[in-house]
Design a protein around this ligand. Structure first.
Ligand SMILES: O=C(O)C(=O)COP(=O)(O)O
Length: 425
């Protein structure tokens, strides 16, 4: 039999907490999660099944049925249809930045918290963008392909330095701002557009609209998430606004760009090149069979979604997301969750403390009902916060007997507005 989860390292006097009613925690990890993450979950005492690839959807639906924790990267689609099979699922770890592959609202409404790694691969993506700006500017992809085919083509036509050129960064978050610093250091003029007002780094300058950026940049590079607002944000109209002879780089999400419009602009020569790492539909496993209208377009660098795929990024994402999952399972902490309110209370010192964690519908009157149950005991601490349709409560109580634990669990779980109740003791 597997031993119960081991507590995390803690200051003396703090009580280790462990799940009261989840059985042995089962974890399913997909898409080659780094060993740093796998080891954190194994060392917590959980049963870990790790796969190097994404799973076909029917296999995923079967496997997800009895796991408490699932870890994935950008490929695995956790739609409502898949999640409805996941009866025991407590938490999802996206071991990447993007969370568009998960139905976040469905997860929240079924009491499943979702964590990601908001910036651990930012540097890797920013470095690749710089490499691609230089490579596009010097037509390196085409020269490389020609020479591999035995064709010598020494030319300077259309090949330029990047110094003094304008980079237009769309999205000035963790990746966009990191790229801003690197581009600035390479002597580029940096302009950026973001829907938030953000502090420009170095000599970077914000512009008022996406159209302003498109009309002024030699290199347009996208660093925004996939949302309904960003879908097809670069289409035929936007490409027309871009300067003749400019370049487009997409290391963000495939759905941001209208691919047929981009292919047409590359073939007509309106754009001088593009680097594309992400595609509207990506194969779920490595191997032959990739197709895109961009294949064969001039000065076009295509890569298989490797922007964040470095040893450094994957190892630090493993630590970050692996630790967030253990903290949520063992302590109930939601700091860093993307679809839950962020709540934390310190670990209790009293050995009799029991922690009640409750996800409920965000409607009036629920706290009154919960507190009717909890107020029979000494409440050491309590916190409750809401986000959209759900609220999350953490309460530490002094409880003496196992029968009281069972009673609390039953009473709180049986409220009509209850979504999920867990006890840690
Ligand atoms: O971090 C992201 O959102 C990425 O797109 C990288 O995804 P990956 O971990 O390489 O599947």
């Amino acid at each position: 039999m597997t031993s119960p989860p081991k507590p995390e390292r803690r200051a003396t006097g703090q009580k280790p907490l462990k799940p009261f009613n989840n059985g042995d925690i089962k974890v399913l990890l997909l898409e080659g999660i780094n060993t740093t993450g796998v080891n954190i979950l194994k060392n917590a005492g959980y049963q870990v099944e790790a796969h190097p690839k994404a799973l076909p959807v029917e296999v995923l639906k079967e496997k997800i049925k009895d796991v408490h924790v699932i870890g994935l990267r950008s490929k695995t689609q956790l739609t409502a249809d898949v999640l409805k099979e996941a009866k025991n699922l407590l938490v999802i770890g996206c071991f990447c930045i993007g969370t568009n592959q998960v139905d976040l609202a469905y997860a929240a409404e079924h009491g499943i918290a979702v964590f990601n790694s908001p910036f651990s691969n930012s540097r890797s993506v920013a470095e690749l963008a710089i490499a691609e700006i230089v490579a596009l500017s010097r037509q390196l992809g085409d020269r490389n392909n020609e020479l591999h085919r035995g064709f010598w083509n020494k030319t300077s036509n259309g090949c330029r330095e990047i110094r003094g050129k304008t980079i237009g960064i769309v999205g000035y978050g963790h990746i966009g701002s990191q790229l801003s610093v690197l581009a600035d250091a390479m002597g580029m003029r940096v302009i950026f557009f973001d829907t938030l007002q953000l502090m420009p780094l170095g000599t970077a300058q914000p512009v008022a609209s996406l159209d302003d950026l498109l009309a002024n940049a030699d290199f347009v590079t996208l660093h925004v998430p996939e949302t309904p607002e960003t879908k097809n944000m670069i289409g035929e109209r936007e490409i027309k606004i871009m300067k003749k002879g400019s370049y487009l780089i997409n290391l963000a999400r495939g759905t941001l760009v209208d691919i047929p419009a981009l292919a047409a602009a590359l073939k007509s020569g309106h754009l001088a090149g593009a680097a594309v790492d992400v595609f509207p539909v990506e194969p779920y496993a490595n191997g032959p069979g990739f197709e895109s209208e961009l294949v064969g377009a001039p000065n076009t660098i295509l890569t298989p979604h490797v922007g964040g795929s470095t040893e450094e990024a994957q190892s630090s994402i493993g630590v970050e997301v692996g630790s967030a999952l253990v903290r949520y399972v063992n302590n109930g902490t939601t700091l860093g969750a993307v679809n839950f309110p962020e709540c934390d209370v310190r670990l209790p010192a009293d050995q009799k403390t029991v922690r009640v964690l409750n996800v409920h519908q965000n409607v009036p009157g629920v706290l009154k009902q919960i507190n009717k149950v909890l107020s029979e005991f000494n409440i050491e601490k309590q916190i409750c916060d809401s986000k959209e349709n759900i609220a999350y409560l953490m309460a530490d109580l002094n409880v003496d007997s196992e029968s009281d634990l069972i009673k609390i669990n039953e009473l709180v779980s049986s409220m009509p507005e209850n979504i999920r109740t867990r006890l840690l003791y």
